[in-house]
Design a protein around this ligand. Structure first.
Ligand SMILES: Cc1ncc(COP(=O)(O)O)c(C=O)c1O
Length: 351
């Protein structure tokens, strides 16, 4: 383990939470009375505290992704894992780097931890490894990149990510956010890079391809020492039993994920091709949305309003530094065709 990537002072003073046991070897029908639960009137198991080590979910994730379960940490969405990373590794006087159009929680969590978020330029809406390396200082603690990225949908080559991991200063942890990794066939989200190096951490989520955004479940995979540090600040009951059960069932349903990925790939092409045929610039997307470039900010706002008036809610992304763009999620075939037709009508009316 790198002895240069160090947690904030005092984090290691927090003792790891010791959960009340929920299993007794050799005895079935164990009654768990070790966590001051309220046995009031509940008929189902919701009156019991959930298990704190998430062992079944971690085992299922490990089995499906061929990972070490000990090095997995589960959180309330990957947002919570991002927050833990900032809380543990970045404080006042430290810097957290992210690409200029990067996901908003990197900046928010860095600031919440007292650190300075540093946005670095991208190259045509793709992560620019040289720009990140050039932005690193002695104060840099974390670098976040999402692959594929939100809201651009673009990917940076893994060869470039490997170069980034190899060339970062020793004291910097690279966080690979794989929220949309499942949409890319054969892509491991960076897991093999985590396995090969001591300075790489991966985050994943059940919110996207698994369709469990409202359930709030995510996970991280990284060097054992870093997972142990994050577990010191993790609330022992951060995930409820329904969350754990939903995620465990979802991760094991490989056929469903494959179907969702195939459908998305097909319909994303329908949407992209249809929009490009209207003369619009659309970056190649690797996720479940496309980023459409309009002429300027005024046209993007007008187009978004027109879609809304006609019952389609898309997303303006000026807050991500892309004021001339609209992000549209890949819906079903009817929804994709409806978006294309409405934007065609909008452009014709504007001409
Ligand atoms: C790139 C990226 N990372 C992380 C997340 C957070 O997802 P969640 O907290 O739902 O796991 C999102 C959600 O939009 C995202 O786009």
């Amino acid at each position: 383990m790198s002895d240069k990537i160090t947690p904030q002072p005092k984090i290691m003073d927090i003792a790891l939470y010791q959960g009340g046991a929920s299993k007794v070897d050799g005895i079935e029908n164990v009654v768990k009375l070790s966590s001051n639960e309220n046995f009031a009137e509940a008929a189902a198991d919701l009156h019991r505290y959930p298990n704190t080590d998430h062992i079944e979910l971690r085992a299922a994730i490990a089995q499906v992704h061929d990972l070490d379960p000990e090095r997995i940490i589960c959180g309330v969405g990957s947002d919570e894992i991002i927050a833990f990373l900032c809380q543990c590794y970045a404080g006042v006087g430290d810097e957290v780097i992210y690409p200029e159009h990067g996901f908003s929680m990197y900046k928010i969590s860095a600031r919440a931890a007292g650190a300075e978020p540093i946005a670095v330029p991208e190259r045509d809406r793709v992560v620019d490894v040289d720009a990140i390396l050039a932005a690193c200082t002695e104060h840099t603690k974390l670098v976040f990149i999402a692959n594929p990225a939100n809201p651009t949908g673009t990917m940076v080559d893994m060869s470039e990510v490997e170069r980034l991991a190899a060339e970062l200063p020793d004291h910097v942890l690279l966080v690979l956010d794989g929220a949309y990794a499942e949409y890319v066939e054969g892509f491991d989200g960076g897991a093999s890079l985590v396995a090969a190096r001591e300075n790489v951490f991966m985050t994943r989520t059940f919110s996207k391809i698994y369709g469990l955004g409202g359930a709030r479940i995510g996970w991280g995979y990284g060097p054992q020492e870093i997972v142990d540090v994050l577990n010191r600040v993790r609330g022992p009951f951060n995930l409820s039993e329904p969350q754990l059960a939903a995620a465990t069932a979802a991760v094991l349903d490989l056929a469903w994920i494959e179907k969702c990925r195939d459908d998305n790939t097909h319909l994303r092409a329908v949407l992209t091709d249809g929009l490009r045929a209207l003369g619009l610039a659309v970056d190649p997307s690797f996720a479940n949305f496309v980023l459409i470039q309009l002429k300027d900010e005024a046209q993007a706002i007008a187009c978004d309003a027109y879609l809304r008036e006609n019952g389609v809610i898309a997303r303006l992304v000026a807050g991500y530094g892309l004021p001339q763009c609209i992000r549209v999620t890949v819906g079903d075939e009817a929804a994709c065709r409806r978006v294309i037709r409405l934007i065609k009508d909008f452009l014709e009316a504007a001409a």
